[in-house]
Ligand binder design. Structure first.
Ligand SMILES: [Zn+2]
Ligand SMILES: [Zn+2]
Length: 320
């Protein structure tokens, strides 16, 4: 007997990638993050459209069995709290046409309706051990259910391989997944993500308005000035190099502190790693009018990871 194939909803071409803490999803281009909290184990993100919240994702790691039906029921109950008589309609038997990966267990779809309408799903992922609750919101009668199917069908809740995708505001990269996000600056004209893995450090920065930043200077001088504080204990060498078709700089800097050097030698003698070099790259993307700066404090044995990260960063679209 031929098995009926669920047709996957098509994702419009202009949709953008959003990726954060192992979650990866395609969304309409005018949805952008308004809340990014927590960490890989537990967190919450919300993406807003021009006039209202459109997507919410909550996750929590759990080592033990989680009753997803309970999670959804409790959630729907929390919506009706204090709104008795306001006609909140909830349904846990919503039929959305979404094909879920095999490692998701206890998948439950739900919907509710108040002044706005929401369609969502919750599940437990056996691979990453996280409970996910995802909902798409919108005005009733605007096809929120179809939108939810599109969003959910593109939704990934953990990375494949050794790198974690980070993507927002048109920026995207793959960072080694052992690095944990420790800081973020998301300002107009500046996007910075900071990571740590033990003593290893990694930062990824995108500056806007490059033409203004480089008005009376060049990339090398600008970068040295920007990085003065961070580089004070390193002999930083900047080598011109081609990055994504742009004029860029390869950053290499051994530590200038003699004791660090000794510590590194001692640890390497017993087969351990020690982060005592800076490795990275910076480049100007004229198409996007942006400067990119990636820098890691790592053991030289890990420099290939920085190369993968730089390679993964799409700074402009071909033909743009
Ligand atoms: Zn997962
Ligand atoms: Zn570019």
């Amino acid at each position: 007997m031929a098995r009926q194939q669920k047709e996957q909803p098509r994702i419009p071409q202009d949709w953008a990638l959003f990726a954060w803490q192992g979650v990866k999803v395609m969304v309409p281009p005018d949805w952008s993050p308004s809340a990014l909290t927590g960490n890989y184990e537990e967190g919450y993100v919300r993406l807003d459209g021009p006039d209202q919240p459109r997507l919410e994702v909550k996750w929590a790691q759990s080592g033990k069995f989680v009753n997803i039906e309970d999670v959804v029921q409790r959630y729907c109950k929390s919506l009706t709290k204090g709104r008795e008589g306001k006609g909140v309609q909830t349904s846990e038997s919503t039929k959305l046409s979404v094909k879920m990966p095999k490692d998701r267990s206890s998948v439950r779809f739900f919907s509710w309706r108040l002044d706005e309408e929401a369609y969502g799903a919750a599940w437990y992922c056996k691979t990453c051990g996280r409970v996910m609750l995802v909902q798409v919101l919108g005005q009733p009668g605007t096809g929120v259910d179809t939108l939810a199917e599109q969003v959910l069908s593109s939704f990934e809740d953990h990375p494949e391989g050794d790198y974690l995708a980070w993507a927002l505001y048109g920026f995207s990269c793959l960072a080694p997944k052992e690095f944990r996000l420790t800081g973020q600056r998301l300002l107009t004209g500046l996007l910075e993500l900071d990571f740590e893995n033990g003593r290893d450090k990694l930062k990824i920065v995108r500056w806007g308005l490059a033409n203004i930043a480089l008005k009376d200077t060049d990339l090398e001088h600008w970068l040295r000035k920007e990085s003065k504080k961070g580089w004070r204990n390193f002999h930083v060498i900047l080598e011109p190099t081609d990055i994504h078709g742009h004029e860029g700089l390869a950053i290499a800097g051994p530590s200038a502190a003699p004791l660090v050097h000794l510590g590194a030698i001692a640890l390497r003698m017993i087969g351990r790693k020690f982060p005592d070099v800076l490795r990275g790259a910076a480049w100007l993307c004229p198409q996007g009018n942006k400067i990119y700066h990636v820098e890691a404090l790592i053991d030289p044995a890990d420099e290939g990871k920085v190369a993968v990260l730089v390679q993964s960063m799409v700074c402009h679209k071909e033909g743009a």
